[in-house]
Design a protein around this ligand. Structure first.
Ligand code: ADP
Ligand code: MG
Length: 240
């Protein structure tokens, strides 16, 4: 896992436009190694833009992204060593559930035994053990999203895991359980985890630090929570 520094990172999709067209207003922030963050904000405030700038899906129009002090702003996604889980399921349609979960590890030529052990561990965590032999295509939307989530969690060598509203399509009952499990995963593996949500309860349940975004980060706040439920300390930075 890695510390991630955002150095005056900002993005506009309209490079010819004035500053008011910022999807993400320039800001500077550090995601500490091994910390769990939630990014909380309404639809359209720039959450996905921020995640995509970190993972390299978009090249930010301003500023830099650094992993462990190394500037990765110009590096393509594949070279950033990031796991990203999207709002809607992304599965390999011709593969079984096992093969889907194993894929990121197979690509890295890990020994078969290691792959099997990791896949079984993640499958157990996500209640996918009994579905491992099934074709992923045949599963429900819920289960497909669990596979996407599992693929995000299966590697333990990534710089960070970015989750973009990953529980949107998940049944409310299961959501509660999954939040608890994600928290457990994080405790077990000490991941650098950035979790985007518009659900305040989800943010507060899952993360140690909550970053509140508003209108392209015009009002950016960080709320530090301790693991017990003491009152949060607030501080803010950015342009407000
Ligand atoms: P969120 O994830 O918080 O809903 P987004 O990052 O998706 O917000 O979007 C932030 C702003 O950028 C919105 O105004 C949205 O319409 C705009 N936007 C997002 N993607 C694009 C794009 N590919 N081209 C142009 N504008 C975009
Ligand atoms: Mg989004």
């Amino acid at each position: 896992m890695a510390r991630i520094d955002l150095d005056h990172l900002g993005h506009t999709y309209d490079s010819s436009g004035p500053q008011s067209t910022y999807a993400l207003e320039p800001f500077t922030h550090t995601w500490e190694d091994g910390e769990t963050y939630a990014i909380l904000g309404p639809s359209g405030c720039g959450k996905t833009t921020l995640l995509n700038a970190i993972s390299g899906i978009i090249k930010p129009s301003e500023g830099r992204v650094l992993f462990e002090g190394k500037d990765v702003t110009e590096l393509p996604t594949a070279q950033r060593n990031i796991a990203q889980v999207f709002q809607f399921p992304v599965i390999y349609r011709t593969m079984t559930v096992f093969e889907n979960l194993a894929f990121p590890l197979v690509c890295r030529n890990l020994p078969e035994q290691v792959i099997k052990a990791r896949v079984l561990e993640v499958a157990e965590l996500l209640n996918l053990t009994s579905s491992l032999h099934l074709a992923a295509l045949r599963l429900s939307a819920d289960a497909k999203q669990l596979i996407s989530l599992g693929r995000g969690l299966v590697r333990n060598d990534v710089a960070a895991i970015l989750l973009d509203e990953p529980l949107t399509v998940i049944d409310p009952q299961l959501k509660f359980e999954l939040r608890r499990k994600l928290k457990e995963v994080n405790r077990r593996y000490g991941l650098t985890l950035v979790y985007v949500t518009h659900d305040q309860t989800e943010a507060m349940t899952l993360a140690n630090k909550v970053v509140v975004m508003n209108r392209g980060a015009a009002s950016f706040r960080s709320e530090r929570r301790s693991s017990c439920s003491s009152a949060p300390r607030m501080h803010s930075w950015g342009t407000s």
